[in-house]
Ligand binder design. Sequence first.
Ligand SMILES: Nc1ncnc2c1ncn2[C@@H]1O[C@H](COP(=O)(O)OP(=O)(O)OP(=O)(O)O)[C@@H](O)[C@H]1O
Length: 306
Amino acid sequence: MIEIEHLTKRYGKKTAVNDLTFTVKPGAVTGFLGPNGAGKSTTMRTIMGLDAPTAGIARVNGKHYSDFRAPLTEVGALLEAKSVHSGRSAYKHLLALAHTHGIPKRRVREVLDTVGLTEVAGKRVGGFSLGMGQRLGIAVALLGDPAVLILDEPVNGLDPDGVRWIRELLKGLAAEGRTVFLSSHLMSELAQTAEHLIVIGQGKLLADTTVDAFVNSRGASVRVVSPESAKLAETLQGPGITVTSPESGVLLIEGTEAAVVGEAAAAHGVVLHELRAEHASLEDVFMEITAGTVEYHQSQEGVAAK
Ligand SMILES: Nc1ncnc2c1ncn2[C@@H]1O[C@H](COP(=O)(O)OP(=O)(O)OP(=O)(O)O)[C@@H](O)[C@H]1O
């Protein structure tokens, strides 16, 4: 369990995290979503005791990070997305960490196997690709068999196979009853991995909900293509129903279901070329909810600061 209470972090005049309160529960993968600069990394660094909060508190299993005697066995984290430059082998790197935390040697072999690095365990970490570095970082996070895992953009640098692998790994770890908290700016990735979502923008909490509820928070609409769209639009008028026409011959109907639209068309002899229920994607809802909180906007001239 991770508990964040009224957490605020300022860097000079910049407020990176602004009075954030939420809880990450065990037994599920919780996604941490927000546009670039929203404050995700800062929040995660504060949980791991790497940044001191300006106000508020972050607790892991009821304790502050600095109160853990062997932190690796309490909370595992992958925070840096960059590869490690070291002359040490992956095995030696993990072994050194295991020693300082009282973790048995056999656990090093186990985690190397879990992350698929057994064959390259004797190779210098400095020569690792970004994806291999990510796998090593995940091995470090898992080394102490912690109940809580915090991963900042763990799919960075992984190929599609690696992305699928980490998705299954994280779901499996959550199914074992662990708390799994991962940040991503890839909405589609979180939709497939997370059950719960914490969404922030400009350091503030925007949503704390299940993925399903997040996607369904914007009602589905019905898209119709018809040579008689104007006639159909008239028959559909009613309380709670909004009909718009984004282009000639096309209707977008909100507030009712595809079946109702199809029956109305049949009853009035309207010819349909297409009838489709459209569900908002996680990405659509994310863009809508974070609009106005992004630090940088794409302008026609390029990327311009707000
Ligand atoms: N050490 C620092 N000094 C000054 N400003 C900082 C520092 N660290 C972060 N910030 C600022 O705080 C804000 C939040 O940054 P943070 O890295 O936490 O966001 P993020 O959501 O992780 O973004 P990204 O998805 O781009 O990694 C940004 O505006 C960033 O520029």
